[in-house]
Design a protein around this ligand. Structure first.
Ligand code: MN
Length: 496
């Protein structure tokens, strides 16, 4: 999707392209795109094999522990604490890190936390049992039931977390043998911290508003720091972003499904658009198809008869109010209009993000066709550039160049060429590193002169080992396909 009057490009331009802060390191971790893609093809996202699913989530946790340079990580389940963000999100976005690592959501994730402690074989001091990775889930539900559901063997009541952490913060040199034997997890953590930097990764809010009531867990984080100033608290996003941006089998399978559902929604929505219908009614058709297919909305569906909304339309809201911007309204379609949508179904928390434009009468005017061809050419060219090693800025610059050469349309292209997709429509990722196999991208641009007509596209693309896979290719885009789509009868014609 496009954020209304998005400033992503400006923000990225201001970001210095310096070498990574060595302290913000993560270790290389195992990820085999070909294997993940092959497994994705065998997953039934409607009725996943629970054993297979538990293995997939175990692999995610193992990957995160591999990527951690040391220390421990606690990912709390998070209830939505702040209403407005600097970024568009769904209500569950805050909890996506926890869901990503456990598979738990909704009521099964309330008051929970996941502790990851990678094996610290070279730490000083003896334990009562072999050194190993620790994965501990703290839950407010029945631990046995959650253990069965997740496949995590060590599940404890949530109240125990405070105890385990308090004990572990004691210097391992002070530990009596009795205590080492009594509290093996806390002993392992205390020993791993030992005399080195006591690093604890915690999930801070990813997007926040300083002026609003703060999430309760921040007070806990502050207490930890006060009790043990030696502990260095770090943001778990440093590690999780690196892992989450490489889509695994479950992610790929669900992204495919989301895109397939969008294909159905857009086809029904566009086919149904008639003079006299409102933007809101077309939006409802699209949203209905998503819900009928068991999906939710990755973000509110936008439908406009004027094409994509641009800053020239005025009506600007301050940054951070995106959730309150109406994305479809009461404008009534007229003969000769284009219909434009920016939409994404979400399936099992994975969101597609697609934009399409079509003539509601089944026939472009000459001017509409002219602009459509320009935008289509840019879209195909930019998507064609997606391969490992390419960068976001290469794609953006190419689009700007082509839009400029086609008639100065770069002047009206006010957002950035794209973003990562995944659990969030604007997913976690690192926009400064070149593309790698397994990254999922949304590529969005258009020809948007303020006087219209406006044509904009957005497509979902998976970076593969030797190039890319255009996931949303089947959603009508070629001129003849789009015209054919809106020529036929609509599913809701009987409603008049
Ligand atoms: Mn988008």
């Amino acid at each position: 999707m496009i954020r209304a009057f998005c400033c992503l490009a400006a923000a990225l331009a201001a970001f210095p392209l310096v070498a990574q802060d060595p302290e913000r390191g993560f270790r290389p971790f195992s990820y085999d795109f070909a294997a993940e893609a092959a497994l994705a093809a065998r997953i039934d996202v409607d009725n996943p094999d629970p054993v297979q699913l538990r293995e997939i989530f175990a692999k995610r946790r193992a990957r995160v522990m591999e990527a951690m340079p040391g220390g421990a990580m606690i990912v709390y389940s998070v209830e939505r604490a702040q209403e407005r963000r600097l970024e568009f999100q769904v209500p569950e976005s805050d909890n996506h890190d926890f869901t990503y690592l456990t598979g738990l959501d909704s009521v099964y994730s309330l008051d929970s936390a996941l502790l990851l402690l990678p094996e610290a074989g070279d730490a000083e001091g003896r334990l009562d049992e072999p050194v190993r990775d620790w994965v501990v889930l703290y839950t407010s539900m029945d631990p046995a039931a959650i253990a069965a559901r997740t496949g995590i063997e060590d599940v404890r009541p949530f109240a125990i977390l405070e105890h385990d952490l308090s004990v572990a913060m004691t210097d391992f040199r002070d530990w009596r043998i009795t205590q080492v034997r009594r509290w093996p997890l806390a002993a392992a953590l205390s020993r791993a911290w030992g005399a080195r930097d006591k690093v604890l990764y915690l999930n801070y809010p990813r997007f926040f508003r300083l002026g609003m009531p703060e999430p309760g867990r921040l007070q806990e984080f502050e207490r930890i720091r006060r009790f043990s100033p030696e502990i260095r608290l770090r943001d778990s996003a440093e590690i999780l972003d690196q892992v989450r941006q490489l889509q695994d089998s479950w992610s790929i399978a669900n992204l495919r499904r989301s895109v397939a559902i969008v294909n159905e929604g857009v086809r029904h929505g566009f086919r149904s658009t008639r003079p006299g219908m409102t933007e809101l009614q077309v939006m409802q058709v699209i949203d209905f198809v998503y819900r009928y297919r068991g999906a939710s909305l990755g973000f509110p569906t936008s439908v406009r008869r004027t094409g994509v909304q641009t800053p020239h339309d005025g009506d600007e809201l301050p940054e951070g109010w995106i959730e309150f911007v109406a994305r479809a309204g009461g404008e009534v379609f007229q003969a000769g209009d284009l219909v434009w949508t920016d939409t994404g179904a979400a399936f099992n928390h994975y969101s597609a993000d697609v934009q399409r434009t079509a003539p509601i009468d089944g026939r472009f005017t000459e001017r509409q066709r002219e602009l459509y061809e320009i935008a289509l050419d840019v879209q195909k060219t930019v998507i064609g550039m997606v391969r490992p090693g390419a960068t976001w800025w290469q794609l953006h610059d190419k689009a700007m160049e082509m839009l400029r050469d086609a008639g100065g349309y770069d002047e009206y292209y006010y957002y950035g060429i794209g973003h990562f997709i995944g659990m969030d429509v604007h997913d976690e990722g690192d926009y400064l590193v070149p593309f790698k196999p397994g990254m999922a991208l949304a590529i969005e641009q258009g020809v948007m002169p303020p006087e219209g007509p406006r044509v904009a596209f957005e497509d979902d693309v998976l970076v593969t080992e030797d190039g890319h896979e255009w996931l949303s290719r089947m959603i009508p885009l070629e001129i003849e396909d789009v015209e054919a789509l809106t020529s036929g009868p609509g599913a809701f014609d009987f409603l008049e």
